[in-house]
Write a protein that binds this ligand. Structure first.
Ligand code: S3P
Length: 426
């Protein structure tokens, strides 16, 4: 797909539902008694993979496009799948479902696409095995396909070496079925959607610092879930609005959960003009409209506790940093290497090819902003966040930018190019 530079970004955009929250709504709805109604569900390929897996285990899911109804059968209502559970490209589906499958009275196989077959699953196999789970990586490489034979589990305390919501959630979901208390301590707080939503479904959760615990659950009760707009998807328009001249965008109904909103803190530290309106912070997930205006940005250091709060936004932050004055240093972000692609390598290679001053490091990158970018051919590696980041970079690049595999945005934002075009003024 080819992209040209534009003059400005202006108007209003309603971004689709949060990916992390949509996955959890289907999973917890399947394990609850009664019908869970999900509004603003993300109709992206990853979340549709989660629906597919639970349908395969006997859960009826109606998807009208605007509402998803999950007819849950209770904690012990899943039935043995008759074929492999296909997780597609989705790490969240793989890791969270493994926690659930570890406790079911049947055997299952979980597998997905080429990318998922390279992503490390030992980070969940290890703690789940400590709980008594029987999980085998079929090729003996710590990756999918995984064969999972459900077992009676016991609660553990797990000191996680990584701040990962997927690891934490897999353990907590297994903990719903385990004898006694299950707790996870992380080096830094990762996104807490599992904790917030499990509480809504009636599971008591205790949080103390970076430790989360729960005890054996009796039953989950079905809920009505309003999924907020995904801040990870909003991030492309936040960055685009800030770096494109004469721009002003209203991004409506964005989830601003502090465990996800690290990008807003970084933007403010870079000198961004972003304001919030219609802030709703009742129970559950807080949301707001974001008003983003062209700003003169400067470089910052991004490291430590903020990293898990903006891990998926680092590719677009790297693009923003190319248009900021001075140096931006991103460190402690080695997790980027094991996302849908190696996002350190892919960002460094492609931004360098566009003329940016960027070097990769062991745990991040260093970008010196201010050099003009020019169009070139970008290999997205079929990573949705890479494709969207370079679509934004192309708005300010001289000449034509060609993004290979651009259709992979379907994973998290199927209408991304349509929305970008709507806001673009040439
Ligand atoms: C997610 C957690 C993060 C994030 C991913 C979604 C989740 O992964 O990168 O896109 O929904 O729990 P890690 O837990 O591996 O950091």
């Amino acid at each position: 797909m080819e992209f040209q530079s534009i003059q400005s970004l202006n108007g209003e955009v309603q971004i689709p539902g949060d990916k992390s929250i949509s996955h959890r709504a289907v999973m917890f709805g399947s394990l609850a008694l009664g019908t869970t109604e999900i509004h603003n569900f993300l109709q992206g390929a990853d979340c549709l993979s989660t629906i597919g897996c639970f349908k395969e285990m006997g859960i009826e899911v109606e998807n009208t496009g605007s509402v998803v109804r999950v007819h849950g059968k209770g904690l012990h209502g899943l039935s043995a799948p008759t074929s492999t559970l296909d997780v597609g490209n989705s790490g969240t589906t793989t890791r969270l479902i493994s926690g659930i499958l570890s406790a079911q009275p049947f055997e299952s196989v979980v597998n997905g696409d080429e990318s998922i077959q390279k992503r490390p699953m030992d980070r969940i196999i290890h703690p789940l095995s400590m709980m008594g789970a029987s999980i085998t990586s079929k090729h003996n490489n710590g990756c999918c396909p995984l064969s999972i034979k459900g077992q009676p589990l016991k609660g553990i305390h797990y000191d996680s070496p990584v701040a990962s919501a997927q690891v934490k959630s897999a353990i907590l979901l297994a903990g719903l079925y385990a004898e006694g208390t299950t707790s996870v301590t992380e080096p830094y707080v990762s996104r807490n959607h599992t904790e917030l939503m499990l509480e809504e479904f009636g599971v008591p959760i205790t949080v103390s610092g970076t430790t989360v615990s729960l005890s054996t659950a009796t039953e989950l009760q079905s809920q009505k879930i309003m999924v907020p707009g995904d801040i990870s998807s909003a991030a492309y328009f936040i960055a685009g609005g800030l770096i494109t001249p004469n721009s002003c965008i209203r991004i409506k109904n964005v989830g601003i959960n502090p465990t996800r909103a690290g990008i807003l803190d970084v933007c403010v530290a870079m000198g961004a003009d972003i304001t919030m309106e219609n802030v709703k912070t009742g129970t559950g997930e807080p949301v707001a409209d974001l008003i983003v205006k062209t700003s003169s940005l400067h470089g910052v250091v991004i490291s430590g506790e903020i990293i898990p709060r903006l891990i998926d936004e680092i590719p677009i932050i790297a693009v923003m940093a190319c248009f900021a004055n001075g140096e931006t240093i991103i460190k402690d972000a080695q997790e980027l290497k094991i996302k849908e692609s190696n996002r350190i390598d892919v960002m460094v290679k492609n931004l360098s090819a566009m003329g940016a001053d960027i070097v990769g490091t062991e745990d991040g990158m260093i970008i010196r902003g201010g050099l003009p970018l020019h169009g070139t051919t970008i290999d997205s590696k079929l990573d949705h966040r890479i494709a969207m980041s370079f679509a934004i970079a192309s708005l300010l690049a001289e000449g034509t930018t060609t993004i290979e595999g651009a259709e992979c945005v379907n994973i998290s934002y199927p209408n991304f190019y349509r929305d970008l075009k709507k806001l673009s003024q040439r």
